[in-house]
Design a protein around this ligand. Structure first.
Ligand code: HXC
Length: 259
């Protein structure tokens, strides 16, 4: 069994980090498998939405592998950080939505993996945080950038400087997590329903909306608006947009062909 598993069913890609004996910690091997699987997901037109989770009940991902990192040289540390950043950025740039289902610990690199997804659900027993400063290192898979963009600099600094873990409900209050569930099964079922809802909509439009938000976010308001308008134009170059607008006027359900 691989360290990262991808199963595809009814348009949903189930991506599972599968190293439960080490609480799914990320080492080079896991990252390299994840990298290949993200490429496969991007190429696979059968997959419309991806649900990301960790193997077992205890952890989503408890971070980058501390045993692996211990003897890294500064150069190797940079390379390791860049590898993780590139993979997570590829997820952010993918046209497909990624839903993080955080079952248990999402720490350090695991929290960063969840933050690279488009939104986050969590179980009641989840614990999220950046323990890095407690190890005298810093988040390196995009955490300083993504958390501050999500919750603002002050809250991000508080969480990162203190290295404290927060509960799922605290994370919901901070709007890091969208919904909290009693069990993993309940959470996955909910994520599947959300995925089905997304899959009713124009696939290219969902991808364009993701791009407009992801890439537009760091632009000035003016450039963001121009970017949005240009992607609005791209939507109008698709057959699906013609179908969606026509179907409404003909009072019927649209049939999208991803073209
Ligand atoms: C390597 C890890 C690990 C990790 C857990 N394990 N987390 N191994 N790296 N991040 C291993 C343990 O060593 C142990 O292996 C097994 O998983 C079970 O974990 P326990 O500690 O026995 O479980 P428990 O007592 O329940 O504690 C759970 C925990 C704790 C609170 C989550 O494991 C923990 O604090 N883990 C480290 C969390 C962390 O600091 N993450 C951030 C890493 S830095 P054995 O063989 O003993 O059974 C990071 C940087 C990202 O992520 C950026 C990089 C560029």
């Amino acid at each position: 069994m691989g360290k990262v598993i991808l199963e595809v069913k009814d348009g949903i890609g189930y991506l599972t980090i599968n190293r439960p004996d080490k609480l799914n910690a990320l080492n080079n091997e896991v990252l390299s498998e994840l990298n290949t699987i993200i490429d496969d997901i991007n190429k696979n037109s059968e997959i419309r939405v991806v649900i990301v989770t960790g193997s077992g009940e205890k952890a989503f991902v408890a971070g980058a592998d501390i045993a692996f990192m211990k003897d890294l040289t500064p150069k190797e540390a940079v390379d390791f950080a860049r590898l993780g950043q590139e993979i997570f950025f590829k997820m952010e740039q993918s046209e497909k939505p990624f839903i993080a289902c955080v079952n248990g610990y999402a720490l350090g690199g695991g929290f960063e993996l969840a933050l690279a997804c488009d939104f986050i659900y969590a179980t009641e027993n989840a614990k999220l945080g950046f323990p890095e400063t407690g190890l005298a290192i810093i988040p390196g898979f995009g955490g300083t950038q993504n958390l501050s963009r999500l919750v603002g600099k002050n809250i991000a600094k508080e969480l990162i400087f203190t290295a404290k873990m927060i509960t799922a409900s605290e994370a919901k209050e901070l709007r890091i997590v969208s919904q909290v569930f009693k069990t993993k099964d309940e959470m996955i079922k909910f994520a599947e329903d959300v995925a089905k809802q997304i899959m009713k909509n124009g696939p290219i439009a969902v991808g364009l909306a993701k791009r407009a938000i992801a890439d537009g976010f760091d632009l000035t308001k003016e450039d963001g608006l121009k970017y949005e308008a240009s992607l609005f134009g791209v939507a109008f170059s698709t057959n699906d947009a013609k179908e969606g607008l026509t179907a409404f006027l003909e009072k019927r359900k649209p049939e999208y062909k991803n073209s």
